[in-house]
Design a protein around this ligand. Structure first.
Ligand code: SF4
Length: 181
């Protein structure tokens, strides 16, 4: 039976998914070994049940991120924090330095102070999901089985991790490449 694979894009720039697409011909091998059941690159709206492996790009920045992350954890056997934003918070966590009332300060900075025309914070219309007071790495919100750092992780490291997980081995990070544990 094929592995049920998902990839998720939370608070990130999509660069980690671009690196995933750089897997080139390994994508063909992957397509034979997995069913891609949820991803920004497929048109599936709801995260499904019984997912074997999920790569999560991006940090947890807002309530929408947090809600889907809990759903993902409940429905997935193995989670990978995919890239530095997921592993440490990285770029999106730079806003944490805006101090107390962080979410309000960020909205003020983005929509009022930086606006050239029509400064106004969008509220109550669903355009901007409510921001969390602090941006968090994924493992601070849910249990994560594996971490794949890099901004973005190189395609070769993604390939090494995914290939080992698909073969049923527990990978561990060592140097440029991942080795069997
Ligand atoms: Fe983008 Fe780097 Fe974050 Fe990946 S880790 S989402 S490449 S900023």
């Amino acid at each position: 039976m094929k592995i049920r694979l998902a990839t998720v894009w939370l608070g990130g720039c999509a660069g980690c998914h671009m690196s995933f697409l750089d897997l080139d011909e390994f994508l063909i091998e992957l397509a034979e070994a997995v069913d891609l059941v949820y991803s920004p690159v497929v048109d599936v709206k709801d995260y499904p049940e019984n997912v074997d492996l999920c790569l999560i790009e991006g940090a947890v920045c807002n309530e929408d991120n947090l809600e889907i992350l809990h759903k993902i954890r409940a429905r997935t056997k193995t989670l990978v924090a995919f890239g530095d934003c997921a592993v440490t918070g990285n770029v999106p966590a730079m806003r944490n330095q805006f101090g107390i009332d962080n979410a309000e300060n960020v909205l003020q900075r983005a929509y009022i102070e930086s606006a050239q025309n029509h400064p106004a914070v969008p509220k109550g219309d669903g355009i901007v999901p409510p921001l969390l007071e602090r941006v968090r790495p994924v493992h601070e919100m849910v249990y994560v089985e594996y971490f794949l750092p890099g901004c973005p992780p190189s395609a070769s490291r993604i390939k090494s991790l995914v290939a080992q997980l698909l073969s049923g081995h527990a990978p561990k990070l060592e140097g440029e490449q991942l080795k069997f544990g």
